[in-house]
Structure formats: structure tokens, C-alpha cells
Design a protein around this ligand. Structure first.
Ligand SMILES: Cc1ncc(COP(=O)(O)O)c(C=O)c1O
Length: 457
């Protein structure tokens, strides 16, 4: 009988819970339902960005306002926001210094294709926060990764990027590969993809240094592109020695090490790289780096910058294939300066860390109390409950642990109780604005949901 359980839950109980929570949700937001029915037809599939259909609730709420760690919707309901724009608002919605910087810059123009004094200050602060890299500004982390990868290929003269199975680095085509029976293949489901992605990428499992070494030995790998912790699946932590191994192997085989901190910036000041003393050749971070203003940064060490200068001096004139017109605009710089200088502070990180620890402890206690075969994992301010036993070793294990049916039901159950968590997996972020009472309320709601799902009758 037990093999019929889903994440330890009886299927009939899960189905009843899902039905009940969906009905409660649908009844609770009549204004949003009516507005969407009459106004969403202009959009493809009724949403302005297709991912929005991946939220699990019966229909989307329409947001009226977001401040700190709270969202208010047009039905007048408030939500404690632990999704925080999937990291874009990790420091809270509209942090005061950023809102002030936006108001001030709005008086002085939005985009010039020229630097400002803020640009110089942003450069200084980026180095101060993340390390001595030579910086460039992009608008999305996808673009930042794409441009960094071009430089890696240019300076090494090699074609391939090594990525880990189950990774996500934005919609960079080159990284859209996965492992199937030990071979690198294009991911299933890619829209309109016609290139042979396996010519430019090789995929191995996270935490598998032997596979990394075998791939590097081919001499085809320009760079390893990795998150320090795999966050875009059920979260996978690096095993002891994994990052040292990556560094040693890349040096030995002449490949670059690119660390994408777009999510792991939750780890603490300077990201996982600083907290754990990593030494990448290239550093990429986006999303929350300018407090929610669309901005990403990518940087390279002096050594890579010198190699790139040598490459550039021999390159034929013409388009580089890097850069977008609205990038490095003065609004981004104003927001970078405000965020790096006044929001991304040791004090704020300490608050986030303490809140996230409180949340993890509470969730673990509830899981233990209900004998759920689940676990909780944390990377600084980023907390996740996984509806399977842990720890997870790699992307294959993370994919097997992902239970969309269970997760969707829990998400809706938590929404009905006033907490919003990230839609694609069970991720929760604690911002400096998140209150203890919001954390305790989420723990209590999680416990109530588990009481229902694991009730003995
Ligand atoms: C690790 C990582 N890198 C890059 C990106 C891409 O960010 P964006 O969608 O802002 O381009 C994401 C998005 O989730 C991410 O998780």
C-alpha cells in the first residue's frame, strides 16, 4: 500500500485537499477573476509572460501594491511574500534607498548610452562587495551569462561550456542541455530550437568530479558555468571538496570557472563566493543586485581581462555579439549604488540569515512532528522544503524529488492562509523587511497543511 503514497501522502487525501484549497482560493478573489476574464485576452494565453501560467492556483491574483515583504492584491487581501519575485526583490519590495534613487534619477533622464558619476561609484562598490573583477553591466542575468560565455570561448578558443544536469542559468540557449542515459542532449520542450546544442555544451552531474575531469580532458571545454549551490531544481548543496575540485581541475585543464551567483547571492555579503572563499575567473549576478531594477553584472579577473584585450586586438572589426542598447543606463547605476551601498549591508544580511534559520527550524520541526519523509535545505536567506528525503546529490536526484502535484496543493494551501512561496519549487526567501510574525505565521500554516495531508484516518 505504501508504494501508492505520493511524498508519503495518501492520494485520496491529497486529491481532497487540492480540491478544497482550489475552491477556497477561487472564491476568495472575485475581483481578480472578473478583471482577468474581461482584460487578459490581449495577452498570449492570457498572461503578459508565459511563465505566469505555471503558478499552481486556479487563477492569478492581480497585485495592487507591494511593500517590504507584503503584497496587497486588488481583492484587498494581503500576502506575506516569501517568493519575492523569485529573488528579484530579495531585499524586500521597493527598499527605501532604491525608491529614493529612482525618484531622483527620473528627474535626470532614463537612458543615454553614456556613463554618469554613479557609474563610477557603482564600479567601486561592485569591487568592494564582490571582489576585484573587471565589470560590465547587462539587463538580465541571462544576458550576463551569455556575454561572459562569449568571452570565455574567445579567450580559450574552445567551443564548449560545461554545465550541470538540472541547472538553470537563464534562457541561454547554450546551457539548455541535460543528461539522458549518460549522454548530453538538448532539453525536451525547447521552443523553436534548431541548433545542435551538443556542439557547444557538455552536461555532467553536479558533485561528480570524475565526470567533470573526463569532460575537461577532451580539451574542448572553454568554461564550467555553475551555481555554487544548485538552486533551480530542488536545492542541491555542494559536497565537501567539490568547489576546490572544480577550481583545481579547471586550472589543470585550461578551462575557466564561471560562477553564477544570481540566486546564491542569498548566501551572505558577497554571495557564496565571498562567504566560502571561492576564486572564479568570472562572476555573474543579476536579479536583486540593483534592488529589483532590471540589472545584472558580470566581471572577469584581471588575468582574463588581459587575455580578452589580446584577443580583441586581433579580432576582425564588426559586431561583438555582446551588449544591449538599454544596458548600463543611469537608472541602473543609481539603483546599483543605492542597493550595494545601503541595502546589501552586513546588518541586513544578518537579519535575513537569522530569519531564515528561524524558518528552517520551524519547518523541520513540523516535518518531524508529522513524520513526513521530507527535508529542509537552506542557503543563507534562501530556504526550501523538499517533499522527499535528503540531502540530494545531483540534478537527477533533484528531478526525482520534485513532486508538482503535492507542491501545487501546498502552495495553494499556503496562499489561502496568507503566505506566498515561489511557484516552481518550494523556495522561500527571507528579506530584511520580513517580520518574525510573518515567519511564524508561515510555519504555523505549513504545520496546518501537513496536519491535513498526514491526518491518520
Ligand atoms: C542562477 C540563475 N542564473 C541566471 C538566471 C536568469 O535570470 P534572468 O531571468 O533575470 O535573466 C536565473 C533565473 O532564474 C538563475 O536562477
Amino acid at each position: 500500500m505504501s508504494d501508492a503514497l505520493i511524498s508519503g501522502i495518501r492520494p485520496d487525501r491529497l486529491a481532497a485537499f487540492s480540491r478544497r484549497e482550489a475552491a477556497t482560493y477561487a472564491k476568495s478573489r472575485p475581483r481578480a477573476a472578473k478583471a482577468l476574464a474581461s482584460g487578459a485576452g490581449a495577452f498570449l494565453n492570457g498572461v503578459p509572460m508565459h511563465w505566469m501560467t505555471d503558478w499552481p492556483m486556479p487563477h492569478l491574483p492581480l497585485v495592487a501594491k507591494a511593500q517590504g515583504a507584503t503584497i496587497t492584491d486588488i481583492d484587498g487581501l494581503t500576502l506575506d511574500d516569501f517568493c519575492l519575485g523569485d529573488t528579484g526583490s530579495m531585499f524586500g519590495h521597493s527598499p527605501a534607498p532604491v525608491a529614493k534613487a529612482i525618484r531622483a534619477q527620473a528627474r535626470n533622464g532614463l537612458t543615454y548610452m553614456l556613463p554618469s558619476m554613479d557609474a563610477l561609484e557603482a564600479g567601486r562598490l561592485l569591487t568592494d562587495r564582490f571582489g576585484p573583477f573587471r565589470w560590465q553591466i547587462a539587463t538580465t542575468a541571462t544576458d550576463a551569462n551569455r556575454f561572459a560565455l562569449r568571452v570565455a570561448r574567445a579567450v580559450t578558443g574552445r567551443p564548449k561550456v560545461l554545465v550541470f544536469n538540472g541547472c538553470y542559468h537563464g534562457t541561454v540557449d547554450d546551457t539548455m542541455v541535460e543528461l539522458a542515459n549518460g549522454a548530453t542532449v538538448a532539453r525536451s520542450g525547447l521552443v523553436g530550437q534548431v541548433q545542435d546544442l551538443t556542439r557547444g555544451a557538455i552536461c555532467v552531474e553536479f558533485n561528480d568530479l570524475a565526470a567533470v575531469e573526463a569532460a575537461l580532458k577532451t580539451g574542448e571545454v572553454a568554461a564550467i558555468l555553475t551555481e555554487p549551490v544548485m538552486t533551480n531544481s530542488c536545492m542541491v548543496l555542494p559536497e565537501a571538496g567539490f568547489h576546490d575540485g572544480l577550481r583545481q581541475l579547471t586550472r589543470r585543464h585550461g578551462a575557466l570557472l564561471m560562477i553564477d551567483e544570481t540566486h546564491t547571492i542569498s548566501s551572505g555579503l558577497g554571495g557564496y563566493t565571498r562567504v566560502h572563499s571561492l576564486s572564479p575567473d568570472m562572476f555573474i549576478v543579476g536579479k536583486c543586485v540593483a534592488g529589483g531594477m532590471p540589472t545584472a553584472v558580470w566581471g572577469m579577473t584581471d588575468a582574463v581581462a588581459q587575455r580578452f584585450a589580446a584577443y580583441n586586438s586581433t579580432r576582425a572589426p564588426g559586431h561583438s555579439g555582446m551588449g544591449t542598447t538599454l544596458s548600463a543606463n543611469p537608472m541602473q547605476f543609481a539603483c546599483l549604488v543605492a542597493t550595494l551601498g545601503q541595502v546589501m549591508t552586513p546588518e541586513n544580511y544578518a537579519r535575513m540569515e537569522a530569519g531564515a534559520e528561524r524558518l528552517s527550524k520551524g519547518l523541520r520541526k513540523a516535518i518531524k512532528f508529522h513524520h513526513a519523509p521530507w527535508h529542509v535545505v537552506r542557503a543563507g536567506a534562501r530556504v526550501e522544503f523538499v517533499c522527499a528525503p535528503g540531502p540530494l546529490k545531483n540534478g537527477a536526484a533533484a528531478a526525482a524529488a520534485h513532486q508538482p502535484q503535492v507542491e501545487g496543493a501546498i502552495h495553494t494551501g499556503l496562499l489561502n492562509r496568507g503566505s506566498l512561496i515561489a511557484p516552481f519549487h518550494n523556495m522561500m526567501l527571507v528579506s530584511p523587511a520580513t517580520k518574525k510574525r510573518q515567519i511564524d505565521h508561515l510555519i504555523a500554516s505549513f504545520d496546518a497543511v501537513l496536519s491535513d495531508l498526514f491526518k491518520e484516518t
